[in-house]
Design a protein around this ligand. Structure first.
Ligand SMILES: NC(=O)C1=CN([C@@H]2O[C@H](COP(=O)(O)OP(=O)(O)OC[C@H]3O[C@@H](n4cnc5c(N)ncnc54)[C@H](OP(=O)(O)O)[C@@H]3O)[C@@H](O)[C@H]2O)C=CC1
Ligand SMILES: O=CC(=O)O
Length: 293
């Protein structure tokens, strides 16, 4: 199967590499074109523009930072819309809001193409290992066509019906994740400031009812002050913002998420946006005057 791939950031690079490893023919494009070379070394071909990729491939996947990037790659000069049409499918796996996804869907369909939103749950390591959870919605025939690729990229795919359901599901999941990261950070800070060993707190958490892979993975690296980005904090804050907006639209009170968003915003304002989202601990630790170095 031949696929195009637009966006070779942390996630896109791992996902495109995975497809290549599993025998897919992949044509890649990235705004910073030099980042394509690593994929070329794995067997990829380069398209000079998003339009050139779509012209060459029946199916094109995108994995871009945010709504503005997702829209730009489709609507701007040399964008997807210039070449999408009958018999071609466009699959946006970026985390965006439902309105962005609907706008892209309408434009692609108007040109005769098919569109699927398919954001993913799971970070850098699951992307490298083909263990993502895929939250697809939109054109069901295109979903069926993409199953061989989704089987390589993920451990489970959901087809959630109409456009917007995949985007919204992803935002709900990440709203919970961002709030949990704040709760973990507050707990570590409280333990530390109460004279408890934060590592012992992690050990206790891991044995009880609220044990989870995220605490297990991020807890020890937080205690080391190590924030190499797997999921950049600026993207987590974008997801909190979009989830809160979904809450506004549906009159759902989300005081926990709103408070967490403030902490992520503060972290961004301190220049921590490109670090892993667990760096929000630095804000919480700072606010509580932690004993930790
Ligand atoms: N990292 C993670 O753990 C996860 C991320 N996600 C979501 O996946 C998406 C990608 O995340 P991730 O790979 O981490 O992000 P990165 O920041 O690593 O990569 C972002 C990508 O978007 C491109 N881009 C940004 N702005 C534009 C623009 N205006 N026009 C064209 N391309 C643009 C970047 O190009 P360039 O290289 O030129 O900057 C890069 O390829 C995001 O929506 C994120 O929320 C979902 C699940 C997990
Ligand atoms: O969006 C981030 C993730 O880990 O999922």
């Amino acid at each position: 199967m031949e696929v195009g791939f637009l966006g070779l950031g942390i996630m896109g690079k791992a996902m495109a590499a995975n497809l290549l490893r599993h025998g897919f023919r992949v044509t890649v494009w990235n705004r910073t074109l030099s980042k394509c070379q690593e994929l070329v070394a794995l067997g990829a071909t380069v398209g000079e523009t998003p339009a050139a990729v779509v012209a060459r491939c029946r199916y094109t996947i995108a994995m871009l930072s945010d709504p503005s990037a997702a829209l730009s790659v489709v609507f701007d000069k040399d964008g997807v819309l210039e070449q999408i049409g009958d018999g071609k499918g466009y699959v946006d796996m970026s985390t965006v809001d439902a309105a962005t996804s609907s706008k892209i869907s309408e434009a692609v369909k108007q040109k005769g193409g098919a569109f699927l939103e398919a954001p993913v749950s799971g970070s850098k390591k699951p992307a490298e290992d083909g263990q993502l959870v895929i939250l697809a919605a939109g054109d069901q025939a295109l979903y069926d066509d993409m199953v061989p690729a989704f089987d390589v990229l993920g451990k489970k795919s959901f087809f959630l019906g109409e456009i917007g359901n995949g985007a919204n599901m992803k935002l709900v999941v990440n709203m919970i994740m961002g709030s949990m990261m704040n709760a973990l950070s507050e707990g570590l800070s409280l333990a530390d400031n109460s004279g408890l060993n934060p590592q012992t707190l992690l050990d206790v958490l891991d044995l009880g009812a609220i044990a989870n892979p995220m605490f297990k993975l991020k807890g020890p690296s937080i205690l080391k002050g190590s924030y190499n980005p797997a999921f950049p904090l600026k993207h987590q804050q974008k997801d909190m913002r979009l989830a809160l907006s979904l809450g506004d639209e549906n009159a759902v009170a989300m005081p926990v998420a709103a408070a967490s968003n403030e902490a992520f915003k503060k972290a961004r304002s301190l220049g921590l946006g490109d670090l892993d989202f667990s760096a929000v601990y630095e804000v919480i630790k700072g606010a509580s005057g932690s004993n930790q170095a």
